[in-house]
Design a protein around this ligand. Structure first.
Ligand SMILES: [Ca+2]
Ligand SMILES: [Ca+2]
Ligand SMILES: [Ca+2]
Length: 165
């Protein structure tokens, strides 16, 4: 009985390290947002609402977690494209995680033939494309897509305003 209580407490404690509505994987918490908006607005939504950023997918494991989540929640996400935090807005064709870390992409999962910068180079934002089995695609940043916010798991707790000053 005591062991069960300790287990429940551990589950509760770990769960509490991601904000409500977020799912934990590795060192991050993720929110899958079932609203559609342009890339800039989506990044702004993550930041203002959650202190998060559009997701930066840096490993195969992280990519698999996200794709699995979408495939396990098809009632909400089937047929929708999902923005991630990558763009090539710098006009030098280097794809970067522009939303937060401004690092170049290392791991990628481009669909065959992508990124193709189609429509006269207008496709400069990174998405999981539903019609490509959630492989990566560059698309027009003004498209209205659903999106994924990511923030650190168990971030340092900021001091309360006015405390210790
Ligand atoms: Ca990440
Ligand atoms: Ca698309
Ligand atoms: Ca494309």
């Amino acid at each position: 009985m005591l062991r069960l209580l300790a287990f429940l407490l551990a589950v509760y404690t770990v769960g509490a390290l991601c904000p409500f509505g977020f799912t934990h994987y590795g060192e991050s918490c993720y929110a899958f947002i079932a609203e559609e908006m342009g890339w800039d607005k989506a990044e702004d939504f993550c930041l203002r609402k959650y202190g998060a950023h559009l997701a930066e997918v840096k490993t195969a494991g992280e990519n698999k977690f996200i794709v699995d989540f979408l495939n396990n929640n098809t009632h909400t996400f089937y047929g929708y494209d999902m923005w991630l935090g990558g763009t090539d807005n710098t006009f030098d064709n280097s794809w970067r995680w522009a939303a937060l870390s401004n690092t170049t992409l290392t791991f990628t999962d481009w669909s065959p033939g992508q990124p193709d910068g189609s429509f006269q180079g207008l496709e400069r934002c990174l998405e999981l494309e539903s019609s490509y089995n959630l492989k990566w695609n560059d698309d027009d940043c003004s498209d209205h897509n659903m999106f994924i916010c990511e923030r650190p798991f168990n971030p340092p707790i900021p001091p309360l305003p006015g405390v210790g000053r």
